[in-house]
Design a protein around this ligand. Structure first.
Ligand code: NAI
Length: 468
């Protein structure tokens, strides 16, 4: 049978594209080589890590955060196997959810490794070695990304002593010492998990700051918060070697500016130095599909590659490697394939670091506005001046709104604080509609909520905050 659309990969980009296309009346198949749907995000990424982040937060809160609220004498006991079982159950319910959506939308899920055989043809080899060829009008490459490793350094990731994020969400013992190579999102999220469960965590980061690319003020303050929580953060340090030892592994790094190398040891080392687009074995070169210099599938403004009828979305193409960006691309592409006008607004894609406190951001950073020569205003409001935050002892952090000096249009929003990942969306919606700081400041916000700090920051950008 011929399909309208065959999607290779069932992560957030691929499965969402498939569901949307089926909803719009297309006949769709999804090829997935894993035994379950959902890709990295649902199986070994976003979802399991959030289960562990939440559970470890609860543990740490029960151990340290209750006395001040008048709840004394709690000494929580960690049952790591049970915590990991909670994570596994969370994954299962999510991947089962995708299977349900496929069934509901009459999408054919095909187990096997997909290969592009040219426009209109996808070869599939199942785990059992059975082969078939699917005929289709359009092919969508949604194969995501894989661990990049450390540029120029040979690292043997065994997923027990030297781990990627995959091994770091499945450690069966809390490491006494954990070294994290890379102070990006994965390193800080998973480093936080094990720190809260009792590990001594050292983060080694090449840049002068953690969370490179985030608003500078935000990453600076956030680094101080993590240090206060006990994370040993070494910035400006280039890792040049990671090797196994008898008792664990050792990491060698040297100052980026030059100087003597240092070697430290730990029982577990997490490699979190980025991800690379995953196109291995897809047959793209043979099919004539062009990649860019960074190995990403090249696409035009409508997600089409240089070969007509072959499209690509998500981590395998340009742009931030974020599940929600992939999802939005999946929806837009399905709409385009169904003859509608699909579109993604790349200027308004939120990003969240799910640590405690959370870090969330959307739009431009102050550094980006300066570099572009844009005249802007800044409104800032600390949670220490917010009533609800005080009641919850969640006063760490602030909201920062950046707006155009002339038009007052909001250009960026940045939040460090409890619940930042939820609060960022009111700024996101405002920006999507081209709203101003005054619009946000004049929108009634329920009292007492943490979100009032967003309103106050907007007031600050537009005129003056009331409560400061
Ligand atoms: P990343 O790109 O966020 O961070 C990697 C860090 O490693 C960078 O700060 C880089 O400077 C550093 N680094 C590179 N080479 C180094 C060396 N030799 N020595 C020391 N430091 C070195 O990559 P990460 O954290 O691995 O995440 C991969 C992707 O997954 C990212 O695109 C991220 O956005 C995404 N992701 C998003 C999450 C979220 O939105 N909450 C959660 C997890 C991952």
């Amino acid at each position: 049978m011929a399909y309208d659309l065959v999607v290779i990969g069932s992560g957030p980009g691929g499965y969402v594209c498939a569901v949307k296309a089926a909803q719009l009346g297309l006949k769709v198949a999804v090829v997935e080589k894993r035994a379950t749907y959902g890709g990295t995000c649902l199986n070994i990424g976003c979802i399991p890590s959030k289960a562990l982040l939440h559970a470890s937060e609860m543990y740490s809160h029960a151990a340290h955060g209750m006395d001040a609220l008048g709840i004394e004498g709690l000494t929580p006991k960690l049952n790591l196997m049970k915590m990991l079982a909670h994570k596994d159950a969370t994954v299962k319910s999510n991947v089962d959810g995708v299977a349900f959506l496929f069934k509901k939308n009459k999408i054919d899920g095909i187990q096997g490794t997909g290969k592009v055989l040219g426009a209109g043809k996808v070869g599939v080899t199942s785990d059992k070695g059975e082969e078939q060829v699917l005929e289709t009008k359009a092919i969508v490459i949604a194969t995501g990304s894989d661990v990049a490793g450390i540029p120029g350094v040979k690292v043997d990731i065994d997923e027990t002593v030297i781990v990627s994020s995959t091994g770091a969400i499945a450690l069966e013992k809390v490491p006494e010492n954990l070294i994290v190579v890379g102070g990006g999102v994965i390193g800080l999220e998973l480093g936080s998990v094990w720190m809260r469960l009792g590990s001594k965590v050292t983060v080694v980061e090449y840049l002068d700051t953690i969370l490179g690319g985030m608003d500078g003020e935000v990453s600076k303050q956030f680094q101080r918060m993590l240090a206060k929580q006990g994370m040993d953060i070494r910035v400006g340090a280039k890792v040049t070697g990671v090797e196994k030892t008898k008792s664990g592994a050792k990491v060698t790094f040297e100052p980026v500016k030059g100087g003597e190398a240092t070697t430290i040891e730990a029982d577990v080392v997490l490699i979190a130095t980025g991800r690379r687009p995953y196109t291995d074995g897809l047959g793209l070169a043979e099919a004539g599909v062009a990649l860019d210099s960074r190995g990403r599938v090249e696409i035009d403004g409508h997600f089409q590659t240089n070969v007509a009828g072959i499209y690509a979305i998500g981590d395998v193409v340009r742009g931030p490697m974020l599940a929600h960006k992939a999802e939005d691309e999946g929806v837009a592409l399905a709409e385009i394939l169904a003859g509608q006008a699909g579109h993604v607004n790349y200027d308004v894609i939120p990003s969240v670091v799910y640590t405690q406190p959370e870090v969330a951001s959307v739009g431009k950073t102050e550094e980006e506005l300066k570099a572009a020569g844009t005249a802007y205003k800044v409104g800032k409001f600390p949670f220490s001046a917010n009533g609800r935050a005080r009641a919850m002892l969640a006063t760490d952090g602030f909201v920062k709104i950046l707006s155009d000096k002339e038009t007052d249009r909001v250009l960026g929003g940045h939040i460090v604080g409890f619940g930042a990942g939820e609060m960022i969306h009111e700024i996101t919606v405002l920006m999507e509609f081209g709203g101003s700081a005054e619009d946000l400041a004049r929108t009634c916000h329920a009292h007492p909520t943490m979100s009032e700090a967003v309103k106050e920051a907007a007031l600050g950008a537009f005129f003056k905050p009331i409560h400061m």
